[in-house]
Design a protein around this ligand. Structure first.
Ligand SMILES: Nc1ncnc2c1ncn2[C@@H]1O[C@H](COP(=O)(O)OP(=O)(O)OP(=O)(O)O)[C@@H](O)[C@H]1O
Ligand SMILES: [Mg+2]
Length: 225
C-alpha cells in the first residue's frame, strides 16, 4: 500500500521560563493508505503535540512531514491551511465547535471555506449529521448538545471535505464509558464506509482494538505496542 503520511526525525520542545521540555525527540512515523494506527500514551506524553505537527497545525523544531510526496512545511501558510481544509480531517481533543453556529452550520463550515455553495454545503452537512445519527439535532447550537453529541458533530465536520486521512485526538476523552463506546464504534464504521486512513491518539488502551497497528508514545518517542 502507498504511504500517505511520513514523518522523519520530528523534534519539538517547549520553553517555559528557563526550562526546556523536549516533547518529541526525533520521532519517525509512517502510515499507509487505508491503515488505522492507534498511538497510546500517558497524559503529557506528547500525543497532541505530535498530532498537531503531523497535521500541519504546528511547526516542528526540526524534521519533515510528507503527505504523499509533498513536504508539508515547505509550503506557505496559506498552502498549509488549504492542505488542512481539503486533504485531512481532524477531530480535536476538545471539539472546538463554533458556539454561535448550529450543528449543521458547523459541519458546513469547511465546505463554505472551500467556496462550495451554501445550499450544497448545508445539504451535505445534513447527510453527514444523519451518518452520525444527529439529524434531529441539526439546528441545535453546541451548548444545547451533550458531550457525545458535540463530539459526533465534530466528527461529521472532520469528514465534510471527504478527507483521505482522519486524525483523532482523544476523541472520547471527556465522555462516559457508554458514550465512548458509541463514538468509538461510529469512528470504526465511518472509517470502513469512507475508506479513511485513520490516526488516533489516546491514553485509553481500549482503543487499541480498532487499530491495525498500535504504537506507544513514551519519552518523546514511538515504540511498537
Ligand atoms: N504550548 C505549550 N507550551 C508549553 N508546554 C506545552 C505546550 N503544549 C504542551 N506542552 C507540554 O508538552 C507536554 C506534552 O503535551 P501534549 O498536550 O502533547 O500531551 P498529551 O499526550 O496530548 O497529553 P493529554 O493526554 O493530557 O492530552 C506536556 O508536558 C505539556 O505540558
Ligand atoms: Mg492531548
Amino acid at each position: 500500500m502507498k504511504t500517505i503520511l511520513k514523518a522523519e526525525n520530528i523534534c519539538k520542545s517547549y520553553k517555559i521560563e528557563n526550562r526546556k521540555i523536549e516533547v518529541l525527540k526525533e520521532v519517525n512515523f509512517e502510515i499507509a493508505e487505508g491503515e488505522s494506527v492507534v498511538i497510546i500514551g500517558a497524559s503529557g506524553a506528547g500525543k497532541s503535540t505530535l498530532l498537531h505537527v503531523l497535521s500541519g497545525l504546528d511547526y516542528p523544531d526540526a524534521g519533515k512531514v510528507y503527505f504523499y510526496d509533498k513536504e508539508i512545511f515547505s509550503q506557505s501558510d496559506d498552502e498549509i491551511s488549504l492542505f488542512r481544509n481539503e486533504q485531512i480531517g481532524f477531530v480535536f481533543q476538545f471539539h472546538y465547535l463554533l458556539p454561535e453556529f448550529t450543528a449543521v452550520e458547523n459541519v458546513a463550515m469547511p465546505m463554505l471555506v472551500k467556496n462550495v455553495s451554501y445550499s450544497k454545503a448545508v445539504s451535505r452537512a445534513k447527510e453527514l449529521l444523519s451518518e452520525v445519527e444527529l439529524s434531529d439535532r441539526a439546528n441545535h447550537k453546541p451548548a444545547e448538545l451533550s458531550g457525545g453529541e458535540q463530539q459526533r458533530v465534530a466528527i461529521a465536520r472532520a469528514l465534510a471535505n471527504n478527507p483521505k486521512l482522519l486524525f483523532a485526538d482523544e476523541p472520547t476523552g471527556n465522555l462516559d464509558t457508554a458514550t465512548s463506546e458509541t463514538v468509538k464504534n461510529l469512528l470504526v464504521n465511518l472509517k470502513l464506509k469512507h475508506g479513511l486512513t485513520m490516526l488516533l491518539v489516546t491514553h485509553n488502551s481500549e482503543f487499541g482494538k480498532i487499530g491495525d497497528r498500535i504504537l506507544k508514545m513514551k519519552d518523546g518517542q514511538l515504540q511498537n505496542g
